[in-house]
Design a protein around this ligand. Structure first.
Ligand SMILES: Cc1ncc(C[n+]2csc(CCOP(=O)(O)OP(=O)(O)O)c2C)c(N)n1
Ligand SMILES: CC(=O)[C@@H](O)[C@H](O)COP(=O)(O)O
Ligand SMILES: [Mg+2]
Length: 627
């Protein structure tokens, strides 16, 4: 496939302004439309980046759903909604698909504010079945008769909320459709007993012949009326029913597995399922990356990625190692020397780079699936048995484990080490993925030691320091991508708990720059000095316990204090500084540079910083106003 740099749409796709425009299309046209959708996705995403593999996998599914059902009256909920691009293209947004994830362009996930066809927004996994069930229940209460369809991947099915919802379906409603989109992949290979179970259904000896008979069936009955199709599909899908399927035990009628790329079959099957008066689940088998060889060959990489070359799928190699890479390498090295160390991920070995640990210390590596709450409890279990777990979870997904951190970890003083990747602005993924709340939800946890490093070298010192905290939980936050590029020392250094680094002493203005925003504080310091001010510059290192002594000493006689953090300013690091000074009756004005008390859009980090006032210029202006 070669690149088509214009953003013009292919023939059929150009005619789709709303789902109504595909109602009159026949099987052949729908299949051509699927081709055109794929071609457009591969082209556009080669420039913007995005979740290519998942969307190539649901192309036929999305077309079939829109052919059979009628949004916005009928409701489609896509789990995570990273696979919602085709739905966007079929609901009036095809002309904008080349703007996906770019500043002011389409969001990479579904948003209720983006279209009336997006009935539910998401970005975190495991929400679709629960929320859809709530919508079905509301519909029943209102006496309406629209359909509610939840589309969830095989990995989303391993999430706690999905299983909790499954437990409620039969007693909640009689009209509910779930599509289990099974491609055997999470971001990395799906794990756990359910993944094996789905795979067993797929490899059931009768499945191969079933696939054939389903295709023959559609061919044979081609041209007959939809009603007749429905009856034949009924007979056919009953043949496809495999006994003792787990969903039936939950009172949900199971259909499948069927080929999720067979558009005519999907259309007829949905036409049949919408006539059913009981909750149903349709198990479809799809290929992540269908139609694009580089994505099929490497589903993990093409789950979500930046710009790539269409010809071979290659991407630019990053110039410096990311924080995640430094983390994966350092922890693996520590674990080789210390047999008590375990590493736990909730389905993110690639993103967190625990894949390094997996390769080299496999027996102490655990991927528990998309299950952050379980991951936190599992880590607690390890910690009670003299193991010393490092739990690597993105800041935004750690929100799921808040109760476990308080009730299980902190209250029992268990030495679990929370490693919060993607803390701060995530950028392209937007508000569902920004790690802007962890200081708020962790800094009030009693006894927790909580750090953020100014660069990669100090980051490894902090991991080393965490390794030595044996009687309490500890936490570290670090951003997406690389930092200053400071090469870690050969031997890490133990840091004194609660001790900040006084980088430079002055008298007029005190700047306190946390973590990756230390560089911004440094630049602000340079510019203030150029204006003739005498400036103190502090690298706080510890969010908790704060170095109260140093902060008080340098705030008491300053004209203004300015804090910097890659976090919302509400309940953030600057808030802790303010509280400290207020408690000490110190009335020096405090300027807080951080993200405002609102949800921050998607976009490029630098642009968003400028737009939201997380910048040297904003700091200088506010400092000036307080001088
Ligand atoms: C709570 C939470 N944890 C982790 C993630 C990261 N994540 C996004 S998609 C995904 C895998 C989803 O796999 P599946 O549901 O099978 O859908 P597929 O991409 O294979 O279609 C993961 C782990 C997330 N979005 N939410
Ligand atoms: C959909 C999802 O949650 C992930 O695919 C996420 O987009 C990964 O983000 P990173 O690229 O920062 O690993
Ligand atoms: Mg999957």
């Amino acid at each position: 496939m070669t690149s088509d740099s214009s953003n013009s749409l292919p023939d059929l796709l150009a005619t789709i302004n709303s789902p109504a425009d595909l109602k009159g299309m026949d099987d052949e046209q729908l299949e051509q439309l699927a081709e055109e959708v794929r071609h457009t996705l591969i082209n556009c995403l080669s420039v913007t980046g995005g979740h290519l593999g998942p969307n190539l996998g649901v192309t036929e599914l999305s077309i079939a759903l829109h052919k059979v059902f009628d949004t916005p009256a009928d409701k489609f909920l896509f789990d995570v909604s990273h696979q919602g691009y085709v739905h966007k293209m079929l609901t009036g947004r095809a002309k904008e698909i080349h703007t996906i994830r770019t500043p002011d362009g389409l969001n990479g996930f579904l948003l209720r504010t983006e279209s009336e066809h997006d009935c539910y927004g998401a970005g975190h996994a495991g929400t679709a079945v629960s929320a859809a069930l709530g919508m079905a229940s509301a519909r029943d209460l209102k006496g309406d008769d629209n359909h509610v369809v939840a589309v969830a991947g095989d990995a989303a099915f391993t999430c706690g909320p999905t299983l909790e919802a499954l437990n409620n379906i039969a007693e909640t409603t009689k009209k509910f459709i779930i599509v289990l989109n099974d491609n055997e992949w999470s971001i990395d290979k799906n794990v756990g007993a359910l993944a094996k179970y789905f795979n067993n259904i797929q490899t059931h000896p009768t499945f191969a012949s079933i696939r054939h008979s389903a295709a023959d069936f559609v061919e044979r009955v081609g041209g007959k009326s939809a009603r007749k199709f429905a009856h034949k599909v009924e007979r056919n899908t009953k043949n496809l029913l495999i006994p003792n399927v787990i969903f039936e035990k939950f009172g949900v009628r199971y259909y499948g597995p069927i080929d999720g790329h067979d558009l005519p079959l999907l259309v007829r099957t949905f036409e049949y399922l919408k006539t059913q008066n009981e909750p149903v689940i349709l198990h479809i088998i799809t290929e992540k990356g269908r139609g694009y060889k580089p994505a099929l060959d490497n589903p993990g990489k093409f789950h979500g990625l930046g710009a790539y070359k269409i010809e071979d799928g290659s991407t630019a190699a990053p110039a410096t190692p990311t924080y995640s890479e430094i983390f994966g390498r350092a922890l693996t090295d520590f674990a080789k020397e210390d047999k008590s160390i375990t590493a736990i991920t909730a389905a993110m070995p690639g993103g967190t780079k625990l894949e390094i640990f997996k390769d080299e210390v496999n027996e102490r590596y655990f991927d528990v699936g998309i299950a952050e709450e379980h991951a936190a409890l599992f880590a607690c279990g390890h910690a009670t048995q003299e193991l010393r777990p490092f739990l690597a979870i993105y800041s935004t997904f750690m929100q799921r484990a808040y109760d476990m951190i308080i009730h299980d970890m902190a209250l029992q003083k268990l030495p679990v080490r929370l490693c919060m990747d993607r803390a701060g602005l995530s950028g392209d993924d937007g508000p569902t993925h920004h790690g802007l709340f962890d200081i708020g939800y962790l800094s009030h946890v009693p006894d927790l030691v909580f750090m953020q490093a100014k660069d990669e070298d100090e980051f490894v010192d902090m991991l080393w320091t965490m390794k030595h905290i044996d009687d309490l939980p500890s936490a570290i936050r670090y951003p997406r991508g690389a930092g200053t590029g400071a090469q870690p020392k050969a031997k890490p250094q133990l840091l004194e708990i609660g001790k900040a680094e006084l980088v430079q002493k002055g008298s007029d203005i005190t700047l306190i720059g946390l973590g990756n925003l230390f560089e911004m504080a440094e630049e602000t310091c340079r510019q203030l000095e150029a204006q003739g001010h005498s400036v103190t510059l502090i690298n706080p290192r510890f969010i908790k316990p704060l170095d109260a002594e140093m902060i008080i000493e340098h705030a008491r006689n300053a004209k203004v204090v300015c804090t910097f953090e890659d976090h919302v300013i509400a309940n953030g690091f600057g808030t802790s500084v303010l509280e400290l000074l207020s408690d000490q009756q110190i009335h020096t004005p405090v300027v807080r540079i951080g993200w405002p008390d609102e949800f921050v859009d998607h976009g490029k980090v630098d642009q968003l910083r400028q737009r939201y006032g997380v910048s040297v210029e904003a700091a200088l202006k506010q400092i000036q106003q307080n001088l």
